[in-house]
Design a protein around this ligand. Structure first.
Ligand code: SF4
Ligand code: SF4
Length: 215
């Protein structure tokens, strides 16, 4: 079995948003839609204040509430754990967006472009009518993963089979890989570091782990 997950090292992330830009470029998301975001978090009380940067997005939960509430079966889960949306089946009811505890889902009702009503040349080329009026979110770049696998590449190791955000990170803060493989990069990171998952108490079993070693 395979379970693809992302590990974000909060000790390394510098909040540069390169991952956000790489995601927007790769997935051609419109203005206001960020499948990969980085939160700027301030903790503690003056003068003992700490600032950290936290990459967020769809957590590809093992037990995803978004899938449970989806009345059309548009939201699904692959055998490798990636949570998917079938744009052809989605009816745009947004139940999933309400159910998602991680605010990972978006819906765009009308085409949006960077500079007014007309798309730029690149936007026109990459515009996907199928994403209008339906739910959308991070896919863990499943198209890259699948294309890489078909070429015999290893997701998380070979860049062509790895999500764009992890490839682009300037600080080596994002690592993608198979949690079920004890020798994978993600398994080793989780063995060697202290980690947590967001809203563990909800029982969603997120596929997104955060390394946070107290200094
Ligand atoms: S983070 Fe939200 S959208 Fe992603 S799988 Fe979990 S519940 Fe669904
Ligand atoms: S690219 Fe890396 S360092 Fe920059 S914000 Fe994203 S995760 Fe953090």
């Amino acid at each position: 079995m395979t379970r693809y997950v992302m590990v974000a090292d909060l000790n390394r992330c510098v909040g540069c948003q390169t991952c956000t830009a790489a995601c927007k470029h790769t997935n051609a998301t419109p203005p206001g839609v960020q499948w990969r975001k980085v939160l700027d978090v301030e903790m503690g009380e003056y003068p003992n204040v700490e600032r950290l940067f936290m990459p967020v997005g769809c957590q590809h939960c093992s037990d995803p509430p978004c899938m449970e509430v989806c009345p059309s079966t548009a939201t699904g889960q692959r055998k490798d754990g990636i949570v998917t949306i079938d744009y052809d089946i989605c009816i745009g009811c947004s139940y999933c967006a309400v159910a998602c505890p991680y605010q990972a889902r978006y819906k765009v009702e009308t085409p949006r472009f960077a500079y007014g009503e007309q798309p730029t040349e690149t936007e026109a080329l990459r515009f996907d009518e199928g994403r209008i009026g339906v739910a959308q979110k991070c896919t863990f770049c499943s198209d890259r993963v699948d294309a890489g696998l078909a070429r015999g590449l290893k997701p998380g190791v070979d860049p062509d089979a790895t999500p764009a955000c992890a490839n682009a990170c300037i600080a080596n803060a994002l690592t993608f890989g198979d949690l079920e493989d004890p020798d994978s990069n993600v398994s080793k990171l989780l063995t060697d570091n202290t980690w947590f998952r967001m809203h563990e108490e909800l029982g969603t079993e997120p596929g997104f782990f955060y390394l946070w070693n107290e200094k």
